[in-house]
Design a protein around this ligand. Structure first.
Ligand SMILES: Cc1ncc(COP(=O)(O)O)c(C=O)c1O
Length: 466
């Protein structure tokens, strides 16, 4: 797809990036243990590792930084942020946190205790799909994380508008058979783990109603709330004429609590939120956990200036011109790859293009990490850094020590907001097309060093023969 509209911004400040030679990249990748996470950013030309905290802030956000109030307690910036949360989401109570996982670590233990008081003996969270740190914090809190994603999301070549949806039959069964153990449902919008895929309003409403009727708290994992709202406006006919802001309000009307990594649609480099719609008692109890874990209740690990920038970023995220341009750029890259016959998760999601490495290397076993092989080859070819979403990230079962089966073997090309141009995307596409032409020559990987947890970040690999 060629883009129909130019970006709704112009560039006021530039940051040089440097192209390296293949020999330099070869050396850098060897030193990084064949793990792009371990590269220095200066060794990377175009960085598509993540869209988390890597986007560009606007001139208004930078201006807001200068007006930030750095008071330890009662900062004006906190009140600006909590007013923004009330205005945009209709939530009364706001706890700022340093990032999304900060919200998870103060909220989940409280909810697990609450469920146990009501009789849960084997507490479980249900989600369309838990993000990996979300799952980690569920487990740290002594509960299980169960994913109930709709089956179409697993078939990357099948196009379905709502691949982020809950499988509602599964949800109904879980509630019927295991109600007392369910701590909460977590609706992840958009659903990062299956390809940045949106959840429909209909699905959000039905899932939330089932939970509500059973007295189960509803949490929204809201990292990419605005992108999800944009997809609802584009794809769900009853919302064609609503504004993004109206749709966001309707989504959040369905929830009791939301956690947010504001490093995505909040458009800041650091920050997060843990918010409660009405329940003051829950808010007060989680606030207590905030103090020792994140910081005093009106800063939660953030500088005042970070909270001001977040308050402004959250409003900017709702701008439809921004969202149209953002999603169009992701589509632009996705369609270039599709035109070249490269298998990707379809339709293209909100923040990234997910390349199906299982289809590219059908003979490379999950434990030899086909998507990581692809990430390394792309970096060597072009200096573009991507990330693995597959068996490497999935890790081992902590009890059996066996590799956990992964739904996918994907390479994620994650596009930071307002950061790269379509020329950069054309270069990424061309580089990947060149890599895939040589796919037969690429070698599987095995561990040289395997960390015990979150191994994708610091593991080291060696190549083996195919
Ligand atoms: C859906 C989702 N939830 C939670 C998180 C965790 O947020 P953070 O990285 O800010 O801790 C992420 C991060 O990528 C995410 O994508």
């Amino acid at each position: 797809m060629s883009r129909s509209e130019p970006e709704p911004w112009r560039i006021k400040m530039v940051e040089p990036i440097r192209m390296t030679t293949r020999a330099q990249r070869q050396k850098a990748l060897m030193e990084a243990g064949l793990n792009p996470f371990m590269l220095k950013s200066e060794e990377v030309f175009i960085d598509l590792l993540t869209d988390s905290g890597t986007g560009a802030m606007s001139d208004r956000q930078w201006a807001g930084m200068f007006l930030g109030d750095e008071s330890y307690a009662g900062s004006r910036s906190y009140y600006q942020l909590s007013q923004t949360v009330k205005d945009l989401f209709g939530f009364q109570y706001t706890i700022p946190v340093h990032q999304g996982r900060g919200a998870e670590q103060i909220l989940f233990p409280f909810l697990v205790e609450l469920a146990k008081e009501k009789g849960a003996s084997e507490p479980v969270f249900l989600s369309n799909h838990h993000f990996d740190t979300t799952k980690a914090h569920v487990e740290i809190a002594g509960a299980r994380a169960k994913n109930l994603i709709c089956p179409s999301s697993l078939q990357t070549d099948v196009s379905d508008d709502w691949k982020g949806n809950f499988d509602l039959n599964e949800l109904e069964n879980e509630i019927k058979n295991n109600q007392k153990n369910i701590v909460a449902i977590v609706i992840t919008i958009t659903c990062n783990s299956v390809g940045g895929q949106p959840v429909s309003m209909e699905n959000i409403r039905l899932a939330a109603k089932m939970a509500r009727d059973a007295g189960i708290p509803v949490i929204i994992d809201a990292a990419r709330f605005a992108e999800n709202a944009y997809f609802i406006k584009q794809r769900e006919s009853s919302f064609f004429n609503e504004t993004i802001s109206q749709i966001v309000k309707e989504i959040f009307n369905e929830a009791d609590i939301f956690t947010m990594s504001a490093k995505k649609d909040g458009m800041v480099n650091i920050g997060g939120l843990c918010c409660f719609r009405y329940n003051e008692s829950w808010f007060r109890q989680v606030q207590l956990r905030c103090v020792p874990m994140e910081g005093f209740v009106t800063y939660g690990g953030l500088a005042g200036r970070d909270m001001s920038a977040m308050a402004i970023g959250l409003r900017e995220a709702l701008d439809e011109d921004h969202l149209r341009s953002r999603i169009a750029q992701v589509e632009y890259l996705g369609h270039k790859l599709q035109q070249a016959g490269i298998p990707i998760q379809t339709p293209v999601g909100g923040h990234a293009v997910f390349v199906d490495a299982r289809k590219i290397f059908p003979d490379i076993k999950p434990e030899n990490f086909p998507a990581q092989v692809l990430c390394n080859a792309l970096y060597l070819e072009s200096g573009v850094r991507a990330t693995e979403i597959g068996s490497l990230m999935m890790g081992r079962n902590p009890i059996t020590g066996q590799q956990e089966p992964s739904l996918f073997e994907l390479m994620r090309l994650t596009i930071p907001r307002r950061t790269y141009t379509d020329n950069h995307m054309s270069y990424v596409a061309k580089s990947l097309i060149d890599v895939i032409e040589k796919a037969d020559t690429l070698k599987p990987l095995e561990f040289e060093y395997e960390p015990l947890i979150l191994r994708q970040f610091t593991a080291r690999f060696r190549e083996i023969e195919r």
